[in-house]
Design a protein around this ligand. Structure first.
Ligand SMILES: *[C@@H]1O[C@H](CO)[C@@H](O)[C@H](O)[C@H]1NC(C)=O
Length: 399
């Protein structure tokens, strides 16, 4: 099993993902940062809401958890519905699924057949995306995309442009996902394609221009219910009251400032940019900081496995992050993962940028501890306690 799945479009120069080749276009991003397009959307939305409130929607979408490494949801594309399983990824901004001409690595995948959809509109422009793990390429097309499984309540987004892959890299071959559903901003999207959720907001379909994510820890269980993405509303079923909101420092990724990274006696107080990324299974940070934290936790780096190994019975203190003056504490059961055979790893990985982009990726371990609210309309992130009860640490009972 791959230990780390990283679907964000990030430059990485670390050992654990050394095989990754990355898309990086700083000039375009810098240029488009805070372009102000959201203010325009918001005005449009406010107008639209007054006109047709009965059309506005919110939708809770259940996701399945694959051993706490990956969370997948169902969507459909076309008329009638063709079903796909996708990674709901806040670390990228394009939707793609495989098409019939995808042969290598596509055996187990659902493929979109545009000739069977009455609402399909041909586009034909080609695209290529490289993630921290894997790559895909194909052509663009346009159709109705629905979030949620066929036969359940769905959020329908007409006229959505997406990628139909004719090639996917071997990284995707054994992955349970068919494709990727990018949830970040248009400025991060390859070829500037408007991402589905942003398309929904622009069309005034969502009740509020935001979504919330609740992810569960299910240990080594695979393909079991493991969380909810709620589009258009704050999830008050699975999440407690919002602790704090933090403005985005960049609306490309969901990027914001954080400081005071702590574990045990170690403290790093620097103010840095971080991103909240559902598509990355671990927490990524500067290698010197990650090394110190691993030492504090009592873990040792295994060169062969490219991971920090830790005793499955260990209960080190919380990993703390301060965001906007609020302290967020990730408990050990959310940052230690059982990878089978009695082996446990820290879900931390070293990544060192050459001065660009976020310093930390707050991936799934953080989002399991705190529901994350991606408030596109107000360009801010909110954090609320997850209401999933603390797991019973059976390993510790009786010791
Ligand atoms: C998605 O659909 C598949 C196949 O129909 C099903 O097994 C799975 O449980 C669904 N996932 C969710 C989160 O509902």
């Amino acid at each position: 099993m791959r230990l780390l799945i990283l679907f964000s479009l990030i430059v990485l120069a670390s050992a654990i993902v050394h095989e990754s080749r990355i898309l990086w276009r700083p000039s375009k991003r810098m240029e488009m940062l805070r372009s102000g397009e959201w203010a325009t959307y918001k005005k449009y939305l406010d107008r639209h809401r007054k006109m047709s409130p009965w059309q506005l929607q919110s939708l809770p979408q259940n996701v399945n958890d694959f051993a706490d490494f990956e969370y997948l949801g169902n969507i459909t594309i076309g008329t009638p519905d063709q079903s796909f399983i996708v990674v709901l990824d806040t670390g990228s901004a394009n939707l793609w699924i495989p098409g019939p001409s995808c042969k290598a690595n596509c055996d187990s995948k659902h493929k979109f057949d545009s000739s069977k959809s009455s609402t399909f509109v041909k586009n034909g422009q080609s695209w290529t995306i490289q993630y921290g793990s894997g790559a895909a390429a194909g052509v663009l097309g346009q159709d109705t995309v629905k979030i949620g499984a066929t036969g359940e309540s769905q959020l329908s987004i007409p006229k959505t442009t997406f990628g139909i892959a004719n090639q996917i890299s071997p990284d995707f071959k054994s992955d349970a996902t068919d494709g990727i559903f990018g949830l970040a901003f248009t400025t991060l999207a390859v070829d500037g394609v408007v991402p589905p959720l942003i398309n929904a907001i622009k069309q005034g379909i969502l009740d509020q221009p935001l979504f919330s994510v609740f992810l569960e820890h299910r240990g080594t269980q695979t393909n079991v219910g493991g969380g909810v993405f709620t589009y258009g509303a704050v999830d008050t079923t699975n999440c407690g009251p919002v602790i704090g909101y933090q403005p985005l420092s960049s609306a490309t990724y969901f990027q914001f400032k954080a400081n005071r990274f702590r574990l045990g006696k170690y403290l790093n107080a620097k103010v840095v940019d971080v991103i909240s990324d559902t598509g990355t299974s671990f927490l990524g940070g500067p290698s010197v900081v990650i090394d110190e934290m691993a030492k504090q936790a009592g873990a040792t780096y295994d060169i062969l496995g490219e991971a920090y190994i830790i005793d499955c019975d260990a209960t080190p203190g919380p990993l703390g992050v301060t965001i906007g003056g609020h302290d967020y504490q990730i408990q050990h059961y959310n940052y230690i993962a059982d990878v089978g055979d009695g082996t446990c790893v820290l879900t931390l990985f070293p990544m060192d940028f050459g001065g660009f982009g976020p310093t930390w990726i707050l991936g799934d371990p953080f989002i399991r501890q705190y529901c994350n609210i991606y408030d596109l309309g107000n360009l801010r992130m909110g954090f609320a306690p997850s209401l999933q009860p603390e797991p019973k640490t059976s390993l510790k009972l009786g010791t």
